[in-house]
Write a protein that binds this ligand. Structure first.
Ligand SMILES: Cc1cc2nc3c(=O)[nH]c(=O)nc-3n(C[C@H](O)[C@H](O)[C@H](O)COP(=O)(O)OP(=O)(O)OC[C@H]3O[C@@H](n4cnc5c(N)ncnc54)[C@H](O)[C@@H]3O)c2cc1C
Length: 418
């Protein structure tokens, strides 16, 4: 027989990811009775998979410029109330070993699991209850006027099904505050879900245009075949689109282009846009090639490029961009052709056929419009007691630990208020 479970909590957090766990123990430490409800069988799946298993948990230099949002000022308040230093302090208190890598990125030296264990220890000491395998079907809210005081008391009644001991039970939880930390659409197998957007719409909040971000690009033939042959090779490039520029590694894949430079630029790319790739940043190639010609340089173009790029990449570029000059020494090529080739290699225009989408994206760009949310507490302006934190909001970080820092900061400020 299915027996209803009925309980009262001060705060219910939907989603046991980075932002949900952070908000839960922050509220718990204030003496609030907190329950975290997680639909999957395990908590913190994305934390475990993050940073190649080493969790790039924050960045030393966090600025609002590292985030995309319709309201670029929105993230500032929370990020200043809980900084990357605050998170590093917590990591140190728990003796989690870390290192600072290039571009000020903090990674675990052990495993991502150390960060998740730390969050769970914090939840344990704050008396937070966590219920996994539990799917919420319905959220009702009420505005009861308390007769004795005449004040309004808003409450939520959350109904769902819980797989306690493998026998599904219906669940009814009554709470004062509800924190929506259900994350976003990327990687459904790691908990990606659109449920947070449904809750937002139920409470008349707008959801902005959403698309897969920090995601590899795909190409159609003939470039797809070229990139596929180069799969696994990486080279440092500068990539530009829509006025945004990133200098980092590009990785050739079976389907197209990935690596940190491509993941970064994908946040700013819309279908149909060109990417311009500088294959040898900081070298003015047309100028160099002309200079070499003037010095009667008898090398082939590929011999020169081999000094800067992997040989297999140079051979493919030769077939694509300078097949006519494969065996012609630089000194014998006319200036116009050298300048044209140099400019192309410094600004190679490529049109992706698309991205790999939510299946492999690290984030969802867009989300719950921040216009309806208090930037100080993450509370819905028109519905006291309802909070949205983390990636479900229209705040998306660049690669480099910024998405987790947003999850920690937004979770923290909501946990202080809920
Ligand atoms: C492969 C990968 C690697 C990444 N690496 C990094 C990195 O190194 N550094 C970085 O800063 N960012 C990284 N990110 C991004 C980062 O993981 C996210 O931005 C961050 O986890 C968002 O936190 P969140 O708590 O908002 O959402 P999540 O961590 O996604 O947590 C949401 C939780 O809610 C649960 N949930 C969903 N729907 C429901 C529901 N209806 N009821 C109950 N629970 C629900 C989910 O199962 C999940 O556990 C990575 C992302 C991926 C996919």
């Amino acid at each position: 027989m299915v027996r209803p479970v009925s309980q009262k909590y001060d705060v219910v957090v939907l989603g046991a990811g980075a932002a949900g766990l952070m908000s839960a123990f922050t509220a718990g430490k204030r003496g609030r009775k907190v329950l975290v409800i997680e639909k999957s069988n395990k908590v913190g799946k994305k934390i475990l998979m993050s940073g190649g298993g080493k969790c790039n948990f924050t960045n030393e230099l966090v600025d609002s410029d590292n985030f995309l949002s319709k309201n670029t000022h929105f993230c500032k308040s929370a990020l200043s109330r809980f900084t990357s230093k605050d998170f590093v302090d917590l990591v140190e208190q728990h003796n989690v070993e870390y290192e600072v890598r290039k571009k000020n990125q903090y990674f675990c030296t052990g495993s991502s699991k150390n960060i998740l264990d730390m969050l769970l220890r914090e939840c344990g000491s704050a008396g937070v209850d966590i219920l996994t395998d539990t799917e919420i079907k319905n959220i009702n809210d009420s505005d009861n006027t308390v007769a004795s005081t005449g004040t309004s008391e808003y409450r939520f009644l959350i109904k769902g099904l819980s797989d306690i001991n493998r026998s599904y039970r219906s669940l009814e939880i009554d709470c004062n505050s509800l924190i929506v930390a259900t994350g976003a659409l990327s990687i459904p197998t790691l908990g990606g879900s659109g449920y947070g957007y449904e809750i937002a719409e139920q409470f008349d909040l707008e959801v902005t245009r959403k698309y897969a971000g920090l995601v590899p690009f795909m190409f159609s033939d003939p470039l797809k075949s070229v990139f596929s042959r180069l799969s696994g090779i990486s080279t440092k490039v500068e990539v530009t689109t829509n006025g945004h520029v990133f200098v980092d590694n590009l990785l050739f894949t079976h389907r197209g282009l990935s690596g940190p430079a491509m993941l970064q630029i994908s946040n700013y790319w819309t279908p149909g846009d060109l990417l311009k790739i500088d294959l040898i940043p900081n070298v003015d190639l047309s100028h160099e090639l002309i200079k070499m010609k003037n010095q009667s340089d008898k090398r082939l173009i590929r011999s020169y490029l081999n000094e800067h790029l992997p040989k297999s990449v140079v051979l493919e570029l030769q077939s694509l961009l300078f097949a006519d000059f494969s065996d012609v020494p630089i000194v014998q090529i006319n200036n116009r052709d050298l300048i044209k080739l140099g400019n192309t290699l410094n600004s190679w225009p490529l049109k992706p056929s698309g991205t790999e989408g939510y299946r492999t994206a690290e984030v969802t760009v867009g989300g719950v419009n921040t216009n309806g949310i208090s930037s100080r507490t993450m509370e819905v302006k028109k519905r006291p007691g309802l909070y949205f934190v983390g990636e479900v909001l229209d705040v998306t970080g660049q690669l480099g630990g910024f998405n987790f820092q947003w999850a920690w900061a937004s979770g923290y400020v909501a946990g202080l208020a809920a």
